[in-house]
Unconditional design. Structure first.
Length: 239
């Protein structure tokens, strides 16, 4: 039975619970995880608490598929094989703009080179870049993969609701001593992933997510990612 979603979360044994401000401020996309298992009940607690996210008219449009063990390994094996065979990646929906422009192009390049630089991949080293990209299909070593899906006939507002739910998952996970990496990459191999999940035609994968304990000794978990200060993206009136 699912835990009471109104109860305060208990962290995984041996890991401290984080105050909410610290959980938000320290959140980052983790790209190297420890193999330490995560219990099913812990995943349920995280999802129950995350489901307090708002949604228009309380429709709660999100759905989650959680995989681990043999199911996760089988999916990863087929996805990695497709990647290594050079099979094209086809997005199921347009995640990125058709034409890049500033400031978004610069931000994208900056984080990409920061990641590659942290693990010693130089410009033009396409082979190592491809290998690093392939780690997406292994959930970067995380023991749990989460897939967030939504009915295809839902409107844009419901996708906003789903995004708020996903953010809750990432923050709540930190309260249990766990870390995450949201992964839109799975939308680029939707057919394989949907088949493994047994997804009906009317349901679409919005994003995947790796969940587990971070390997903080890994360089790719420690490079800085800049954020535009609020003064830069906010207009104030009447203050």
């Amino acid at each position: 039975m699912s835990a009471d979603p109104t109860a305060l979360p208990m962290p995984v044994e041996g890991t401290p619970a984080l105050p909410v401000l610290d959980a938000v401020a320290g959140r980052r996309s983790i790209r190297a995880f420890l193999p330490t298992p995560v219990e099913r009940e812990t995943v349920l607690r995280i999802l129950d608490l995350a489901a307090r996210a708002p949604s228009g008219s309380n429709i709660q449009p999100w759905k989650v598929h959680a995989i681990a063990g043999e199911a996760r390994a089988a999916l990863s094996a087929e996805l990695l094989a497709a990647h290594e065979a050079g099979e094209p990646e086809v997005p199921e929906y347009p995640y990125y703009p058709e034409t890049w422009r500033e400031p978004y192009l610069g931000r994208r390049r900056a984080v990409g080179w920061a990641l590659y630089g942290s693990i010693g991949i130089g410009k033009g080293d396409r082979e190592r870049m491809a290998r690093q990209h392939g780690r997406n299909w292994l959930f970067f070593g995380a023991p749990v993969g989460l897939f967030f899906t939504i009915d295809r006939d839902m409107g844009k507002g419901a996708w906003l609701d789903l995004g708020m739910f996903m953010q809750n998952v990432m923050i709540v996970a930190r309260g249990f001593g766990l870390e995450t990496c949201p992964q839109a990459a799975f939308c680029y191999r939707h057919a394989i992933t949907a088949r493994h999940l047994g997804l009906p035609d009317g349901e679409i994968i919005a994003s995947g997510m790796a969940l587990g304990f971070a390997d903080w000794s890994a360089a790719e978990n420690n490079f800085p990612t800049e954020r535009e200060p609020a003064e830069g993206f906010t207009r104030f009136s009447g203050f």
